[in-house]
Design a protein around this ligand. Structure first.
Ligand code: PRP
Length: 182
């Protein structure tokens, strides 16, 4: 991927397709090792952003697993803590399941905080988190058990992440030019 082929709204590639794929394989190996003794792992992808990461991660797992999805929406990035609502719930109850929440990004931490509280109340056998990228910024202190990359506090798109529903399916993660969203 050369700079000249970047869409004009993007300033630079932060994480290349190759780096993402390599890290996803590493995470899948680590998760497969850690959950080697469980009957099955219950993967929960957070829609919409996590669908690409989850698809790649799940296909590299070497342990039994099932895939489910949950959809949430925040009331805006400047909203107060907890301003997250459930749009679509899981298909199955997760009581006594080993649940791994799969997220594309932790930004303010509100979404993961909300989901952890919500799912914890359903008494899973275990509840952990796998996040592809986390911004270096003040955020809620949410536990991230498996992390792909730390990134600067800039607007990023690609590999599931969007700006106004565009750029979600780019194979790399890139920085959006500030003038696009300011
Ligand atoms: C994005 C992303 C995370 C959340 C992280 O979702 O997919 O779920 O924001 O931000 P936070 O840490 O500040 O809560 P978004 O609300 O943009 O919806 P989408 O996944 O459908 O794009």
């Amino acid at each position: 991927m050369t700079l000249t082929s970047l869409p004009p709204q993007l300033s630079r590639i932060l994480i290349s397709e190759e780096a993402i794929q390599q890290r996803v394989r590493e995470l899948a190996q680590q998760i497969s090792n850690d959950y080697a003794s469980v009957e099955r792992l219950y993967l929960v992808g957070v829609l919409r952003g996590a669908f690409i990461f989850l698809a790649d991660l799940a296909r590299h797992l070497t342990i039994p697993h099932v895939v489910d999805f949950i959809a949430v929406s925040s009331y805006g990035k400047s909203a107060a803590s907890g301003a997250v609502r459930l749009l679509m719930d899981l298909r199955e109850p997760v009581e006594n399941q080993h649940v791994l929440l799969v997220e594309d990004i932790v930004d303010s931490g509100q979404t993961l905080d909300y989901l952890l509280h919500t799912l914890h109340g359903r008494r899973p056998a275990s509840l952990h988190t796998c996040v592809l990228v986390q911004k270096k910024r003040d955020s809620l202190p949410v536990p991230v058990n498996y992390l792909g990359f730390e990134i600067p506090d800039v607007w990023v798109v690609g590999y599931g992440l969007d700006y106004a529903d565009t750029f979600r399916t780019l194979p790399y993660i890139a920085e959006l030019k500030p003038e696009v969203y300011q």
